[in-house]
Design a protein around this ligand. Structure first.
Ligand code: HAM
Length: 446
């Protein structure tokens, strides 16, 4: 006979939480925010320094925006997009990346008439329905920088410099930069033909996906991670050897700029990136030099036909985006601290209903004066409140008991020296400021 008590225990253990985040999506809790804040602060600061203006675009966009730009045959659009129909039957998608939206906004708001290049940056969630694993989520966050309207390769170098500047100001100084050039409309068709004829002869050795790519997207075979494909690809013709004079000049100038900036890079002839719109420069920034456990923190490149593809006038562009989730993981692995938060220096304790009510306006007065105050309004027990104040290591505790609330006074207890003083409500802010200043001075002298 099963023990009914036992059964009860088991069923309570098995009791499931009713609602949880969707697979591949996460909550970012308050204690995690210090890392995210550090990234956001670095992005904001570098954006000001390099003259980028913030743009926010909708998370939902027409599905064909991504089909036309990111590419119908890319994994991102073909396999990973969250597509749905609105109630009125419009086909829309959760954005898998930011660049198409920025180019759409560039055209929609007539930014062409403003002085070039238009420099825009964004921070926000992106969605890709890929297999979730460490560093790969279905909802993830990117920051991205796009410079639209300038053909000069110096912009490519500056975009790379901007990305590395953000990483270094977060504390991630050691990264590995890979660059490549995949040509333009002039030289790419010729290269594609060479590549296809090389690969066709070795078709049997390719994975199923790459056999399919051979017809639709041969360039992507170059960065397939399947062992059998990487072997085939090692001897394949390389785009850098078949660039037209213009692309060659562009690439060489970019490399010279990187040398001038003393930015270390390696040329990866197999780097093509998984999105269709790139021309000429492509690059990726990796967390480490060696293969083991490294992740791409960011990537980007030039997209000189993208504006035109979306119906605008022929306008060149270059940009990059970086994955914030991966940066946070990298920060933790490297032991990089998050952004500093302002710790409360004052704790407000109260006893009795009248005192509790009066504490609200004391709190407001201190907060308006820029003093961060901790409190525990829900607790009536003074001992518990003082215990919390101790845990928070505040400098001052303000106590308003029943007597003080009737007298319109507050006790200010100095937690560093132990002395306490009674002050009238009208003088609380001035006295607290004075005492905090004195404590700060004493700490400095010590
Ligand atoms: P991307 O390489 O697809 O480029 O994404 C940029 C970065 O986003 C990646 O290097 C990675 O750090 C992060 N990322 C991508 N997918 C995930 C994921 N599933 N989970 C976590 N992090 C992820 C772009 O998105 C282009 N729009 C970049 C660009 C801007 N090119 C020109 N301008």
């Amino acid at each position: 006979m099963p023990n009914p008590k036992q059964k009860n225990n088991n069923s309570s253990k098995k009791k499931k939480i009713k609602f949880q985040t969707v697979r591949g999506m996460r909550d970012i809790l308050p204690e995690e925010q210090i890392y995210w804040n550090k990234i956001r602060k670095a992005v904001d600061r570098v954006a000001v320094d390099y003259n980028y203006g913030r743009i926010d675009t909708p998370i939902v966009e027409p599905t064909n925006l991504f089909e036309r730009t990111t590419g119908k045959e890319t994994d991102v659009v073909k396999k990973e997009m969250y597509k749905f129909e609105t109630q009125s039957g419009k086909k829309v998608s959760l954005r898998p990346e930011g660049t198409p939206s920025i180019v759409r906004a560039y055209i929609e708001h007539g930014m062409r008439t403003k002085p070039s290049p238009i420099k825009l940056f964004y921070i926000g969630p992106m969605f890709r329905h890929d297999r979730p694993q460490k560093g790969r989520y279905r909802e993830f966050f990117q920051f991205g920088f796009e410079a639209i309207g300038e053909q000069d390769p110096i912009l490519d170098a500056q975009i790379i410099q901007t990305a590395l500047r953000i990483f270094s100001s977060i504390g991630i100084s050691k990264t590995a930069l890979q660059v490549n050039s995949i040509g333009c409309q002039e030289c790419r068709p010729n290269y594609d033909n060479l590549l296809v004829s090389y690969l066709k002869n070795r078709k049997q050795a390719l994975c199923m996906d790459c056999k399919d790519r051979l017809k639709k997207n041969p360039l992507r075979i170059l960065d397939c991670k399947e062992e059998k494909c990487t072997q085939v690809v090692t001897q394949a013709p390389q785009a850098v050897d078949h660039l037209c004079p213009d692309c060659k000049k562009h690439f060489i100038y970019l490399l010279e700029c990187l040398d001038e900036l003393k930015i270390t890079y390696s040329i990866n002839p197999h780097l093509v990136r998984g999105l269709d719109y790139y021309t000429k420069t492509v690059f990726e920034i990796w967390s480490k030099d060696d293969e083991e456990g490294r992740v791409a923190l960011g990537g980007g490149g030039r997209y000189d036909y993208l504006v035109e593809k979306l119906g605008g006038k022929k306008t060149p562009g270059v940009g990059f985006a970086a994955g914030m989730d991966r940066i946070v993981e990298e920060m933790k692995e490297r032991g990089i601290k998050g952004a500093k938060t302002s710790q409360p220096k004052v704790f407000l304790a109260q006893l009795g209903d009248l005192a509790k009510m009066k504490s609200l306006s004391i709190f407001q007065g201190l907060e308006k004066a820029g003093i961060t105050v901790a409190e525990s309004f829900g607790r009536g027990n003074l001992k518990t409140q003082l215990k919390k104040a101790n845990q928070l290591k505040v400098d001052l505790v303000l106590i308003m008991g029943q007597r003080e609330s009737l007298d319109e006074t507050v006790i200010i207890k100095d937690m560093t020296g132990g002395n306490q003083e009674v002050v009238t409500l009208g003088k609380v802010v001035i006295e607290v400021k004075k005492k905090l200043k004195k404590i700060k001075k004493e700490v400095r002298v010590k």
